[in-house]
Design a protein around this ligand. Sequence first.
Ligand code: ADP
Ligand code: ADP
Ligand code: MG
Length: 666
Amino acid sequence: MFNKILIANRGEIACRVIKTARSIGIVTVAVYSEADADARHVRMADEAVLIGPPAAGESYLVAERILAVAKKTGAEAIHPGYGFLSENEDFADACEREGIVFIGPPASAIRAMGLKSASKALMEKAQVPLTPGYHGDNQDPAFLASQADAIGYPVLIKASAGGGGKGMRRVDAAADFEAALASCKREARNAFGDDDVLVEKYILQPRHIEIQVFGDTHGNCVYLFERDCSVQRRHQKVLEEAPAPGMTPERRAAMGKAAVEAAKAVGYVGAGTVEFIATQDGKFYFMEMNTRLQVEHPVTEMITGLDLVEWQLRVASGEPLPLSQEQLEINGHAMEARIYAEDPERGFLPSTGRLVHLSPPPVTDFVRVDTGVEQGDEISPHYDPMIAKLIVWGEDRRQALDRMRQALAQYRIVGVSNNVDFLARLVAVPSFANAQLDTGLIEREHALLFPPAGDVPAEVWLLAALAELLREQRLAQKKAVRSADPDSPWHTFDGWRLNGRAGRRLMFRAGEVAQDVGVAVVAGGYWLTLGAQQILARGSLGADSELQAQIGERRLRAAVVASNERRHVFFEGRAWPLAVVDTLHVGGAGEEVASGLCAPMPGKVVALMVEPGARVEKGAPLLVLEAMKMEHTISAPRKGVVKAFRFAPGDQVSDGAELLDFEGVE
Ligand code: ADP
Ligand code: ADP
Ligand code: MG
């Protein structure tokens, strides 16, 4: 076994590899870019070396620099993780030339599987079932169109060098073929520097089922069963599970055999995945082979009880596979959800920023969280916006699903847009719960997955108000402890006032909806007024923004995380991003001019709080402006009428711009 290895990657997979290496006594060297100087993988490794600027092309993808670090630090082997240099045959070759072990397959196997078209031709020879289609060299558009006619529509045009769901076009009719081909080739040229395509039958309502294979240098090759990765968006995996629902032992054996044959055909060594597209009636066809450790490998680990990274290290150091095919068994069911910094409501657009609050569910024997970030870390625009992988295990699918739901309900992230709420809805959708899987599930269930924003439940406003009051109380107590006279009545925050019981209002906002909560302090709690409802509330704030609340008769558990003016209420498995509206500044920050109110600084209009024409009281919030990452509320300077707004939400306004026409009344 190796004494020291270098991990040529970052994020969760670098951390994942370091963990196993350490557990078997291997010293680890991390490499990092300037953007990752404080990253978790750097903190975890025994040694870490800076390799360049943030752009991957100048750091994580520079083979020579990484090899130089390996030589300098005395690393005997390099684990490439996934992505980056993991499927780069030139890098595997270069490692060999330098006498460093590449923890992965031989360069020849990577090369053979690198292009989808060439690998299909190879698989054809090995008698692995293929999706019907054309994968030859002729790239003449008219010829390809005639092939599409022969295959029969719908067809899929695929970039031969493609990956990550890019460079694919579904074509439903001959009339659309030419344009789709041109656009696919354009995308392929830009993304992969190679515009060769193949054309294949578009399988309707397909499932993505892949087989984990493992080979060693002694001629052994086994399969570690399947993973179902049918739940995808834009051809990219969102949820993965193992075993595949509905799989029969016969089909598993047939797919396993085909995958092992595929691997053997290219002299495969190490961990690899053979991806198949499967029809609803159980036929399956080879799609491609990923010659590396896959993002979703943990579900296989959970059902086999094995550590695939440990197997990779053993095989790379020349040991035979630890187990034979007959010794491998499936135990229970596992699911993985990819937690991303992205905005599902805006086409899954990646989101960047600081993870102001990051509280994953507690890790147990059944719940695993693989991550490369901690609270306070930055999700930068330079790399993949994955925050973590959440993996759960259960005796059966039902139990795994229950644990996934519970774990997602406990996941709290503030600071970047993220897909946790979306995933929570996804695992609750009846078709997913009933394992009616195919790659179109997310699109088909759009209505359930993207429900209209809807009304904020009364409890959410009340929880936000209670947390606000408890937080103020805690601050006041802290101040009192620090000050000379902790017993001074001026420090208490229980509503004690010279003139008796204090009444005040808190105001919160969800999008453009504002909600008032009246507050009266009573012994041990608060009377909260929400519309016509009056309710007694009390509770305590724990560590990590946990809130134990008693609202009327109900005991509720929630979390309310404050970040600037944001108040993220996590309740019953959903997150409600509210904002607290500062009503203390009567007149707001806005300066009044003759007839209007002006922006106190350049910024963006976030929300209009009243309808034009509305009659408002002094202090009523009229418009919310975002500037320098803070929200500022422009309030009515006195009783009056809002004649008109001059801007709409989303508009940029300059310093001093007149925001609205306001007319005071007596
Ligand atoms: P597939 O290639 O079939 O989609 P995966 O689901 O395993 O297989 O996705 C792996 C992809 O993740 C890589 O192809 C790459 O684009 C991307 N990737 C590369 N490096 C990283 C990283 N450090 N963290 C997250 N994703 C990465
Ligand atoms: P990538 O290299 O981007 O991972 P793949 O060939 O693995 O490309 O395909 C990615 C996804 O595209 C599959 O998981 C599947 O959802 C869809 N797909 C691929 N081939 C077909 C096909 N012939 N018919 C229908 N869907 C397909
Ligand atoms: Mg693929």
